[in-house]
Design a protein around this ligand. Sequence first.
Ligand SMILES: Cc1cc2nc3c(=O)[nH]c(=O)nc-3n(C[C@H](O)[C@H](O)[C@H](O)COP(=O)(O)O)c2cc1C
Length: 182
Amino acid sequence: MSQPRVLVVYHSVEGQTARIASRIVEVLAAQDLEVEAAEAASAPGPEGFAGVVAGGSIHAGQHSRQLTAYLTEHAEALNALPAALFQVSLTSADETPEKQAEAGQYVANLLAATGFDPDIVARFAGALAYTRYGFFKRKLMVKIAGRDSGATDTSRDHDYTDWEAVELFARDVAAYVLAGPD
Ligand SMILES: Cc1cc2nc3c(=O)[nH]c(=O)nc-3n(C[C@H](O)[C@H](O)[C@H](O)COP(=O)(O)O)c2cc1C
């Protein structure tokens, strides 16, 4: 019998969401699933897949146009499948209730804007990717990180992602997809 196919669709600006998507792909593939990963701008529709994982990062308080457009266009098909969302932001690196609420609001805004209604949602802390920023973005992020007591050493990147949480999320998704429709 052929393995159920899962689509991992994501948008990443500086690479952290792409790295998280890759880890999710590895975990899903190790759980008897066939996995296809695609960037939101060129991803296939969800038809024919047994489940979908969508992921995107927050910039200036918002998800990307690319992920938002994909989820809007395919909301109906996505909502008929086992579907999961992961969000990547620096807000989630701060565990205060205010910042957790802010990260939750980014998710709520995305779901309201697109009509996407995922079964599983995870919010991961992202990275300060200083070595991947240009001059102005680096200056801006140092200023923001300094204000929020984040790392300001620009000689290296700072990874705040909880990779164990990423793996747990992927295993949850695998179990949910393999359980099949209710
Ligand atoms: C220019 C810029 C703006 C950002 N704005 C926000 C923001 O408004 N809220 C937030 O929580 N994180 C913000 N971040 C942090 C990103 O979400 C974080 O760096 C994430 O790891 C980026 O993921 P990506 O590399 O997949 O795009 C911003 C990052 C950059 C570079």
